[in-house]
Design a protein around this ligand. Sequence first.
Ligand SMILES: C[S@@+](CC[C@H](N)C(=O)[O-])C[C@H]1O[C@@H](n2cnc3c(N)ncnc32)[C@H](O)[C@@H]1O
Length: 265
Amino acid sequence: MTTATDSLRLLEQLTGSPAPRLEPGHVWLVGAGPGHPGQLTLDALAALAQAEAIVHDDLVDARILAAAPASAERIFAGKRGGRPSSAQADITATLITLARQGRRVVRLKGGDPYVFGRGGEEALALAEAGIPFRVISGVTAGLAGLSAAGIPATMRGINHAVILATGHAATEEGGLDWAALARLGQPIVLYMALRRLGSILASLQDAGMDPATPAAIVESGTLPGQRVVSGTVGTLEQQALAEGTASPCIVVIGDIVPLRERLAP
Ligand SMILES: C[S@@+](CC[C@H](N)C(=O)[O-])C[C@H]1O[C@@H](n2cnc3c(N)ncnc32)[C@H](O)[C@@H]1O
């Protein structure tokens, strides 16, 4: 079986130069992709190969964690509802403590660390603490989930932009201006939108979006349990309730959605 250590060698072969070394006392913020191990990058695998401590999110697939050396300590730092949560301040404090102990630390995050993943906050905290760090980008769920569902993020003749947004901002003060997004007429891809789906879809319709606008939910994109619910802005909330749609999922709204009828795997 190919191990993370083999991937380090493969990376060096491909680049023709030594792979960056994860030094003692350093932290690497690593994107684990949307879930399926095939979406992991060689850089991420090479980071895992060198890790002595891995601080990981709930959404990181067990098969990805299994690729790291058995000797690496695994520290859970998930933040999903219904399970014991780690406060962001505790997570950054753990990273700083492990680094100061001289460990080689991987902070393994779902998708891309810098896309709705609090990676920016963690990087800032490390910088302020004087801890050397590196960021290894990953495949973000918003894009990989679309591909896995047979929905191109952009399509000539349909859209010139794609909006990645968080559904969390729906009720936050100073949150997103849904009317402005609706007016752009470009597809919207929403992370963390399930709990507020009804109010988001209502806001978009209040802003003039046609209720017949195609919309879909991709649940557990790229994973064996992947499910897609396809409908319209007017029907999607009820469909999600009827289907028992569960997190993690992305919501996609716009005329790229029906392409799925011809392109779904
Ligand atoms: C805290 S955000 C992290 C996003 C991550 N940094 C990224 O780039 O994909 C977690 C959200 O990402 C989305 N997500 C993550 N993995 C997913 C998957 N396999 N399928 C669908 N959505 C996913 C869901 O909206 C989930 O609530």
